[in-house]
Design a protein around this ligand. Structure first.
Ligand SMILES: Nc1ncnc2c1ncn2[C@@H]1O[C@H](COP(=O)(O)OP(=O)(O)O)[C@@H](O)[C@H]1O
Ligand SMILES: [Mg+2]
Length: 460
């Protein structure tokens, strides 16, 4: 017996699509996404009984709490003898079906699921993860042992925006037309079904002001994303002035007298990003080539970066006059290879001398944005893949809209920021104010203004 019913429209369509292996349900806020996940699990409790093992995942525990509260109402209503076991965070149905509720922050947490078997996996707000690694890792758990469950499945939900926006857009939204089946390389069928808040009649009846309040957020992109479920609205994207077509230019040999700089964002398990830059006489900055690798020690990175500098085809192997580096690299600590050395010391041992970069993030992004708006940043086409790949996907921080979401793949962006902060000079321009008086009056007025600074940064 199930009393919860999907609402007519997308929610019902999504529940009916149980033959699709992976389904992403989402779009607008308040579209009934979390309800869909709970209802979709419930739909087969009777069908498969003890073989129906589900896990519903959210990124953090407090978020999970919300869904547990809602499940208490829906599940109890449908199955009065179902029991929620607080200690193990799982629903136990009388016929043996189980739904575990779990929080899982990152890929490493996904390892704890190794060897487990589920016939139903649900990801609520999949956009809140930083990437799809945990999602794909858990696909290995979609197994049912001896039982035959043709419609074992993975369901997920989300709104446009968030750290995983770009990946989800690519995997589900742009893979094919809405509600069409796309077959993956692994043979799994996947589908995207869009839900809008206007499809959630129950919510709108109960809260008629909901849409007005959403519109009240003011920001057009945000409204397009949250109300219309528009994945192309710039809600998540931080660098709205990033235009790859304008930025990528053919490479050329750098004259000997042009300055050469380096930028470096440091990671050991996460990638380190190092790039070479030059600046021409019009203050245009060129990013020549990049090194982008993870899983290496300081000396391995330094060795490989030195090799890249020496074999750079545009500079004759010249070393940069300064490399602006991640300030955290100057902290002395116990490294695996040397004791009481900082990564910067290790780089110096390899002939790469680092300068501590200014790490004022917001100012750094403003400087970089100034260069983007004025079209003063160029990148050698084909030599800067990590930067070109990651920059357009980087999401805005939900906490501070002036900053990036630092959980995203921001190593190339940070490295670019360190470099730009030091090598790019935003232009100070003076715009004469229109003057309508006589020549003498103008002279008199100017005389009174001696010493006044009326220059400012001009933003196009
Ligand atoms: N099928 C349904 N039956 C009853 N109520 C529903 C149903 N779908 C959505 N709702 C109502 O709409 C509200 C918002 O749905 P929810 O799934 O929380 O939205 P989302 O997760 O998309 O923000 C729920 O709290 C619930 O009251
Ligand atoms: Mg929800």
């Amino acid at each position: 017996m199930t009393t919860w019913r999907p609402q007519p429209g997308p929610q019902e369509k999504a529940i009916r699509a149980s033959f699709v292996d992976e389904l992403f349900f989402g779009g607008a806020r308040g579209g009934g996404k979390s309800e869909f996940l709970l209802g979709d699990y419930l739909a087969d409790v009777d069908t498969y009984g003890e073989h129906w093992k589900g896990v519903l995942i959210r990124r953090t525990y407090p978020e999970l709490d919300e869904i547990i509260d809602r499940s208490r109402i829906i599940f109890r209503d449908a199955y009065p003898d179902a029991e929620y076991k607080v200690g193990t965070h799982q629903w136990q149905f009388a016929n043996g079906a189980v739904l575990k509720l779990r929080h899982l922050e990152n890929e490493a947490d996904a390892d704890h699921f190794q060897g487990q078997q589920y016939s139903w996996i649900g990801w609520d707000e999949l956009t809140s993860w930083t990437d799809m690694k945990a999602y794909h890792k858990l696909k290995a758990c979609l197994r049912t042992g001896s039982a035959t469950i043709p419609n074992k499945r993975i369901r997920s939900s989300g709104n446009p925006g968030g750290a995983n926006h770009g990946n989800i857009k690519k995997y589900f939204i742009d893979a094919g037309p809405e509600s069409s089946i796309v077959e993956g390389d692994d043979g799994m069928k996947r589908m995207y079904i869009r839900s809008l808040v206007t499809d959630n009649k129950i919510l709108l009846e109960r809260d008629p002001g909901y849409i007005k309040r959403l519109e009240g957020v003011g920001d057009e992109a945000l409204i397009a994303a949250w109300l219309k479920g528009d994945w192309n609205a710039f809600v998540g994207q931080y660098f709205t002035n990033w235009d790859a077509k304008k930025i990528a230019v053919p490479s050329f040999e750098i004259p000997d007298h042009w300055p050469l700089f380096g930028g470096l964002d440091y990671g050991e398990s996460s990638p380190s990003c190092y790039s070479l830059y030059t600046v021409d006489f019009d203050s245009n900055v060129y990013r020549l080539c990049e090194y982008y690798q993870g899983n290496a020690t300081a000396s391995q990175h330094a060795h490989r970066i030195a090799q890249m500098i020496e074999s750079c085809p545009f500079t004759g192997g010249r070393y940069p006059q300064a490399t602006y580096a991640d300030p955290s690299m100057f902290v002395k600590r116990r490294l695996s290879e040397v004791i009481n050395h900082s990564p910067a010391d290790v780089f110096a041992d390899h002939g790469i001398f680092l300068t501590r970069a200014n790490n004022d993030r917001i100012t750094g992004w403003r400087v970089l944005n100034d260069a983007l708006i004025k079209e003063r940043l160029y990148v050698f086409d084909g030599w800067n893949d990590a930067l070109m790949r990651t920059m357009p996907t980087l999401p805005r921080s939900s906490k501070n809209p002036e900053d990036l979401d630092t959980t995203a793949e921001d190593h190339a962006a940070d490295e670019l920021r360190y470099a730009m902060m030091h090598v790019y000079k935003p232009h100070r321009v003076t715009e004469p104010e229109p003057y309508e008086g006589t020549g003498q009056e103008m002279i008199d007025q100017l005389a009174t203004q001696t010493g006044r600074r009326n220059g400012r940064y001009a933003y196009a």
